[in-house]
Every structure is written in C-alpha cells, then in structure tokens.
Design a protein around this ligand. Structure first.
Ligand SMILES: *[C@@H]1O[C@H](CO)[C@@H](O)[C@H](O)[C@H]1NC(C)=O
Ligand SMILES: *[C@@H]1O[C@H](CO)[C@@H](O)[C@H](O)[C@H]1NC(C)=O
Ligand SMILES: *[C@@H]1O[C@H](CO)[C@@H](O)[C@H](O)[C@H]1NC(C)=O
Ligand SMILES: *[C@@H]1O[C@H](CO)[C@@H](O)[C@H](O)[C@H]1NC(C)=O
Ligand SMILES: *[C@@H]1O[C@H](CO)[C@@H](O)[C@H](O)[C@H]1NC(C)=O
Ligand SMILES: *[C@@H]1O[C@H](CO)[C@@H](O)[C@H](O)[C@H]1NC(C)=O
Ligand SMILES: *[C@@H]1O[C@H](CO)[C@@H](O)[C@H](O)[C@H]1NC(C)=O
Length: 201
C-alpha cells in the first residue's frame, strides 16, 4: 500500500470524528452522504447540496450481523449558533456551549428506530422525532454540523415532550440551545460520528 494512503487511514482510525474540543466525543467514523456530497470529518459542503437528509452507513467500526436486532438513533446538531439568535447577553452563560465563544447549539435532526441493514446502510422504521431541517447558514461564517450515531437500548423511551412533538416543527424554538447531556446519560456516548462545515456563499 502506498505510504501516504496508509498514513491517512491510520490518522482516520485514531483521530476524533467529532469536532475538536467538542463534547461528546468519539473516535469512530460514521459514514454519511448527501446525493451530491460525501461527508468526512471537516469537509466543507455547498449549502445547496444539503437540503434533504443524508443517508448514513457503517464504516469499519460497525458490523452488520444477520440476527442483530440492535436499534440506533441519529442526531444532527449545528454547533455554531450565535448566542444572540437565542437570548440576550445576560443569559449567555446559561446556554449550552457551541464550538466558539458566544455560540450555542441547534438540533437539526433526531431519528430513532434505525437498524443496520445488510449493505451497511442504516434504515428507519418510524418517523423522526425531530424531522430533518436543511442547514441554512445566514452568513459567510462556517457552521459546523455534527452527525452522531447513538445506541437505542430496547428500554429507551424518548422524553414525553419530544413524543408530544415539541421538536417536530422545523422552526421550533425548542431546537435551539439543545443539550445532548441527558441523552448521553441514558444511552451512552455516541457510537460513531462525523461532521461537515457549510456557510452561505
Ligand atoms: C446535485 O447537483 C446537480 C448539478 O449541480 C444539481 O442539479 C442537483 O440539484 C443537485 N442535487 C441535490 C440533491 O443537491
Ligand atoms: C461574548 O459576549 C459577552 C456578552 O455580550 C461579551 O462581553 C464578550 O466580549 C463576548 N465574547 C466574544 C469572544 O465575542
Ligand atoms: C439552555 O439550556 C440549558 C440546559 O438545558 C438550560 O439550563 C438553560 O436554562 C437554557 N438557557 C436558555 C436561555 O434557554
Ligand atoms: C420507535 O418506534 C416506536 C413505534 O413507532 C415509537 O413509539 C418510539 O417512540 C420510537 N422511538 C424512537 C427513539 O424513535
Ligand atoms: C424514515 O424517516 C423519514 C423521515 O422522518 C420518513 O419520511 C420515512 O417515512 C421513514 N421511513 C420509514 C420506512 O418509516
Ligand atoms: C469555510 O470553510 C472552508 C473550508 O474549510 C474554507 O475554505 C473557507 O475559507 C471558510 N470560510 C470562512 C468565511 O471562514
Ligand atoms: C403531552 O400532551 C398531552 C396531551 O396534549 C398533555 O396532557 C401532556 O401534558 C403533554 N406532556 C408534555 C410533557 O408535554
């Protein structure tokens, strides 16, 4: 094998697949692709290519086993929402931190009941808990969109308010300042992740 390719594969297997200094963290890569764009950690994607939800699939660290009934959840968050879009300066320190100073988060997508299909593609069997919202970055600043794959234990029941549709509307205020902490507490750290950048060009 060519040396530089070996180096790239080695790097990909040990580096975080979540954005630097973000939490939660994982070293496992999640495959994801839009019709016109394949996602790998840190890639920039044309905002015109992300209008409908991507497919996501297993890479080296997730394996399809024929009788496996395991279920998974997908979540996508913007980690670069200006605090000023959400609240006033007096409340900035209450916000779930984003990647940069004075930024917070926004939930773009939360789907459950995915299983890993024979061809390595994750397939769902129920409507999303928060349907996919196309990223629409408003300015030239790059936003970081992170996709997380979580385990969905058999006993997992989404919060009542979520089942009630609190997050379903694409424009729900409840999608801002979104924290993964309670989810991580219930189902564990992400099994895999990836992220991309996009801005208004
Ligand atoms: C993919 O790219 C083609 C050519 O630029 C464009 O016409 C099409 O709308 C794009 N499709 C999506 C889903 O972004
Ligand atoms: C963050 O917001 C606070 C309150 O408005 C402000 O004092 C501070 O300078 C801001 N920090 C940065 C890095 O923009
Ligand atoms: C942001 O979310 C955190 C964690 O859920 C919460 O404690 C805080 O009150 C929220 N802040 C605002 C301004 O909604
Ligand atoms: C999984 O599907 C069941 C049946 O449709 C539904 O009640 C449950 O809320 C879904 N769970 C998740 C995490 O989407
Ligand atoms: C999978 O989720 C999408 C988005 O919520 C939904 O439109 C679609 O009907 C679901 N697929 C199945 C087989 O339920
Ligand atoms: C956005 O990210 C891309 C890819 O890293 C970079 O080329 C571009 O300069 C960035 N844009 C801004 C305004 O920082
Ligand atoms: C969910 O909706 C039902 C019926 O509208 C309501 O009685 C209940 O209080 C709601 N629960 C939450 C947690 O929003």
């Amino acid at each position: 094998m060519h040396l530089s390719l070996t180096a790239v594969l080695f790097a990909a297997s040990v580096l975080a697949q979540t954005p630097p200094s973000s939490s939660p963290f994982t070293k496992n890569n999640l495959g994801a692709s839009y019709k016109n764009a394949t996602i790998f950690p840190g890639v920039w994607v044309d905002p015109n290519y992300i209008s409908s939800q991507p497919h996501f699939y297993a890479t080296d660290n997730q394996k399809h086993e024929p009788d496996d009934q395991s279920k998974y959840m997908i979540m996508m968050l913007d980690l670069n929402i200006p605090d000023s879009d959400v609240t006033t300066a007096a409340d900035y320190d209450t916000l779930v931190p984003g990647l940069a100073a004075n930024t917070t988060t926004r939930l773009h997508w939360w789907g459950g009941n995915y299983t890993l299909g024979r061809h390595g593609l994750y397939l769902n069997s129920s409507d999303a808990l928060a349907e996919y919202t196309a990223p629409r970055p408003r300015d030239a600043t790059n936003h970081t969109y992170t996709l997380y794959l979580f385990d969905q234990p058999e006993s997992y029941v989404p919060p009542k308010a979520v089942l009630n549709g609190t997050l379903y509307s694409q424009t729900s205020e409840a999608r801002f300042n979104f924290t993964l902490a309670p989810i991580v507490k219930e189902v564990g750290r992400p099994l895999a992740a990836t992220y991309f950048l996009s801005n208004n060009v």
